[in-house]
Every structure is written in structure tokens, then in C-alpha cells.
Design a protein around this ligand. Sequence first.
Ligand code: GDP
Length: 764
Amino acid sequence: MIRSLRAVSRLGARGFSSFAAARQENTTVGTTYQEELDVVNQLKGSVTADDVTRLARMRNIGISAHIDSGKTTFSERILFYTGRTKEIHEVRGKDGVGAKMDHMDLEREKGITIQSAATYATWIKENQDYHFNVIDTPGHIDFTIEVERALRVLDGAVLVVCAVSGVQSQTMTVDRQMRRYNVPRVTFINKMDRMGADPWKAIDQINAKLKTRAAAIQVPIGSEGDLAGVVDIVKEVAYYNDGASGETIRVAEIPEDLKELVAEKRDLLIQTLADVDDEIAECYILEETPTEEQLRGAIRRATIARTFTPVLMGSALANRGVQPVLDAICEYLPDPSDVVNTALDIKKDETPVHLTPAAKAPFVGLAFKLEDGKYGQLTYLRVYQGQLKKGMSIINAKTGKKTKLARLVRMHSDEMEDVDSVGAGEICATFGVDCASGDTFTDGEVTYSMSSMFVPDPVISLAITPKDKGSLTNFSKAMNRFQKEDPTFRVHFDAESKETIISGMGELHLEIYVERMKREYNVVCETGKPQVAYRETITTAAPLDFTHKRQSGGAGQYARIIGEMSPVTDMNAVNEGKATFAAENIFKSEIVGGKIPEKFILACDRSFHETAEKGPLTGSRVLGVEMLINDGNTHVVDSSELAFKVATQRGFYETFMQCSPVILEPIMTVTLTAPVEFQGALIALMNKNQALISDQDIGSEEVTLSGECSLNQMFGFATHLRACTQGKGEFSLEFSHYAPCSPHLQKELVDAHQKKLQAERDGK
Ligand code: GDP
């Protein structure tokens, strides 16, 4: 089950699948990497020689890292060395310009990247042009959706790790995401110019913590301020960065004093590769030294198979060792034809089909990012098969809407270059296309739909109101925009409290939108306290029999529904020992003999789903409930759609309460890392938060704890962690699943809800 995950995760539910649904898709199907390779070879057989040549020089890559490890600086260097920018602008806007990749003002000011930006660049390696699409991905876990989206359209990635702090808890989160999407990666150990830089320790940590074999393919020349370049231990040559910005690569012999270290690390590389590659294993057994060609071939194979990551090193800030990473991207990361991408054929009962990156194939593309630009909505597309040409019409697979492409551009951060066509495997952007992020486009010849991305449910929400009522128009504009851009950001109006509620993936996620509202739309907002997004469900079944009757004055109302309400069991989650609650609510009708006319049943169906939006316990959304109607009664005059709607709603509420209802709370996977002397403090903190510790990794310097904890317990966690680790601890938080909350909390929540309803009834 290697590359298949990627294909399968792309097969997830259309629309925005829930976390549980996506998990289910991910875990039920499994193929081996060999099977996947067979598909790749088969697809390669159906492309032309021209396609092969073009694809072999294309790389769609992302740069993923823990925040502050230098990802933005590194991306900036890529633009500079590929000639995309004429000078280097540092992060944090010291020169008043700011890094090119961080094109939102907010990013510039904070010096962090919060939105992916795609950039097209060309790198010349051994007299061959290679075209890169670089997607800068955000490092913070609260922006998971951005990372997930980027990973989905990428074929490979550079994982940037800091040479001083090594693998941190967020590096592990990023790693998990990469594995989820089966993205092969090369690793770059950055900040080798800093005091205390230790690439060997970082590599040990990758091996120990990231579950991917790693070995250095370089050795640094000099250290700290004297870092001069790197030795390539595969080719056995030294690369020095000369020139004011390290722009000139001087190839030289390996310095005498490094020869021993290079030999030692070369042996280690061969040993590591022997574990993951048959050809090298054979050399190893026969005690033969593999040739440079053999090593390069093995590194490429094992990297693409995701059993290995080659490790490079240098310093982006000091302009050392960046160009060899560009070479490594060309050499070791897959081209678009090395990756299996799958769509569903809607006309053929959603049969999965592999997409062929051939120019002649019918066009299929995916909108993976939207941005509000100067000229309207900018839509980023990845072309999976066929060609996208200016002037052609494309059809949105979801809405059926046809759009003529007036403009096609390649993006260079916030600048663009007009092009007439882009081929399969490429990334481009266009204007005037009405869609949401995640929509599939075709040329109408095929009816394929790519799967939706992995979209977790929001777990936190807060009330928000613009301070100045005059800015309401801008406020709703911003809300619409953000929702279209980011499916994990949701907005709804709560009719009871008369408040607009925004929900998302974490406190910081929501904070950023509040901030963007202010900066981009000039709307200052007041926000309420963050609230955990609870859900409600039932744990047992009960018969449903409800009669709605009103016969006093005027037209009467009559509807009777009979059936059952029962929990929907999510076997996948059960097998994982997790919650038994499916995300879907199901309405079923088994009415025979027209006992209830079809149109009334349709009214029941709609009413059931509407009612499930607000559960009876706390008004939270209901999950995993099935309603079956198999009998009932009508009245010749008094039955109406409205009567059946009301009967369903009331019947739902009444029966729900007889089915042992529970309130579900979000459970998060939490990972904490701190220097080893704080181990006791971390455990105490986890216990205080009633977290279940599932893993403990005690290194020589750092300790990492992981476990599960309810989101409820996590408010203010950052402050507590800082306090108990002298600011040296860090944590990452990711939604895992929903689980029943304690009876005590359930009672508290139900009482508070009842009180609120009462107050509303009293008109307070
Ligand atoms: P990001 O959050 O991963 O995008 O990291 P940035 O590129 O914003 O870098 C974070 C900080 O580390 C900035 O102050 C950079 O100037 C600094 N930095 C980045 N690369 C290096 C490096 O190679 N050496 C040193 N010493 N500092 C670096």
C-alpha cells in the first residue's frame, strides 16, 4: 500500500468529504508499489515520444517544512538562481520589499507564509532545460488545507529541516501529510551556517522519527561562517558557491581533509540503499562498489518509491548548497508520468480511470486554488491529461457550466506570464472561471471527476461581527471569498443568537481570517470566545411513530410516519478502535403500495437532513443517524408536504431522545516536543489535560510525546506549555476523530443549551 494511497485518496467522495469518509477511502483499498509501477509503465506506453521528452523535464514540487526552518528563504533562492528574480529579497521585509513568494502583505509583515503561491521557473542542468512549478506550502498545522491542497497537485517535495533544531513536532506533521499523499521527497538540511548545526544528528532523527530511510548524499565543506559549499558523495566532487550571492558554482576536487568523511558517508549511503534497492543489495552482497550511475539510479528509484530520502545540506541565507538541491530535484524527484493519478468516470458508475499525461488525450484538470486578484478570481489549475489552450471551452464537472478560457497564465508569485497553451502535468492559472477549489474541469469529451481533497471538518468556531455596520457589504464579500478559497473555513448565520459564526481548524486559522478581513477588506471585527464544534449522535435504535395533527380552525394538517431511527455504524472507525460514528446521515424510505405519496416522502427526506443540522441536545450538527420510514398514514384533505415536514422534524427529535443520544467532541492528535529535562513536566501537562499518551520518544536531548486529547482541553495550551518548559516546548495539533464527551460535560452542555433556549423564548 504505497503509491496507491495517493490514487485512492484522490478517489475520495465528491464535494467535500468528511474526515471519516476520507479515512475510509484511504484504508480500505490497498495495492503494492509494484502494482502501481505497473500502471505507470502501462500509462507511459500510451504517451508519445514528444510527451516523454517534455514530461521528463518537468517537476511539480512543493517545499514543506516546519515554520522558521527557512522554507521561504529557500524558495526565494530558487527564484533567484533560476533567474526568476534579479535580486534576493530577504524574508521579514528588512529591505522594505519582502520575499517574493510571500506576496500577501500580512505574510510579509509576519514573515510567514500562510498561502501557497505557485511559481514557474526554469533550471538548466547538464545543458537541459527543466521546468519547475514550485508551490510554496505553509508550515503551520492550522493551515492544513493549504498544505494538503498543495501536496495533492505535487509530484514531489523538498522537505526543509533546520540543522540546529532538527526534526520538530511540526516536521512530523508535515511528514505525515506527505505520506498521506504519497509525495516523494528530497530533504534539505538548512541553516548549516548556524552555530550548533549538526546534519548527522538531523539525519538520525529523520531515520528514527520519520519512518523513511534517509542518508546524506553530501558532506558540508567548512562550517558555520566558513561554510563554503558541499561535496557530492555520489559524484565525488566538491561544489563551492562563489560570487556575492553564491550564484557561481565552482566544481573542484574533494578537499583532502574531507576525503575520509566522504568515504565513510558514501559507505553509509550504499548500506542504506542496499536495504531498499535490489540492485544495490546485490552489489553489497557481492562486495562490489556500485558505480555512480548505479547509485543515481537506485536513489531515484527508492525516492520515487518513497522508501528513501536523499539528504542534501547547506544554507539558504548564506547562499550555500541551494543549486545542488535544484539538480537533485531534476535527478531524483518524479516527473508527472511517474505518478499515478486517478479520476472517476461519472458516466460509467464512477469507475476509477487512470489519467494519461498525453497531449492528445481529452483534457482533464483540477482547480486547486483560488485567489482574488487584481483582475478578478484567479484559478490555479493542474492539467492532468490533454492540453489547455487559450480560447478553448472547459466544463466544470460538478456544475456542468461551460467557460471559454480568455486568458491562460503561468504564475510567478504575484506576477504572471501569458501563455497560449499548457500541457499535461503542468500548473497554470486562469481568469473568469466560476468554481470552488477542488472542482474538476474537462473539455466535455470525457465525464471524469477527480476526487475531492482530504478536507477535515472544522473543529472550532467563534461569533464574529463587524464593528462598523457600514462595512457589512465588504464583510460578506470577504466571507464569500474565504469560503471559496478554503473549504475548511465555514460561515453560517445562527438564527437564534443572530450572530455570524465562523468555523475552522484551530484558533490561529480563524485569527488569520479576522486579520485578513481587516487588511484586505478594511473590516474591523469583534469576535466572541472560541467554541468547540460539538456533534450529536445516537447509540441505540428505537422505533419511530409520530403523528402530526392540527385540526383546529382553517385548513388542518395531518401526517403520520412510522419506521425506525438507528445509528449508522462506521466499520472503518470501529476497526481502528475509534468512534463508531459515521459522518453521514441517511434517510431511507421503504414505503410500499403508495401509502405515503412520493412527494411527501421527498418532503420527509429534506426535513430529516435539515433537522439533522441542529440536534436536540445542544443544537449541534447530528452525525451518523439513519431514519427509516416504512409505514404511515395520510389524510385526504389535511395531508401536505408541510405536514410531513413537521412530522419528520418532531418525530426526529422525539425518537432521537429515545436512542441513548450522546454529544461528541473533537479529539485531537497532539505531539509535544521539548528538551529532555522537561519530560516530567510534559507528562504532567498531558495528564492535567486528560490526554492519552500513546507514544513517547526519548532522545539524547529531546523528548517527544504524542497522544490524543479532546480539543476542549486544549485552549490556552500554548501558554501552559510555554510556562512549564521555559518557552522551549512546542506542539502540534491535528483533528483525529469525534468521540463521546463525558456524561458530566454532556449534562453541562445540555443545561446551558436549555437555558439559552429558555432565555430566547422569554425574549431576553
Ligand atoms: P519559514 O518560516 O520556514 O518560511 O522560514 P524563513 O525563510 O522565514 O526563515 C526563518 C528565519 O530563519 C528568518 O529569519 C531567516 O532569515 C532565517 N534563515 C533562513 N535560512 C537560514 C539559513 O540558512 N541560515 C540562517 N542562519 N538563518 C536562516
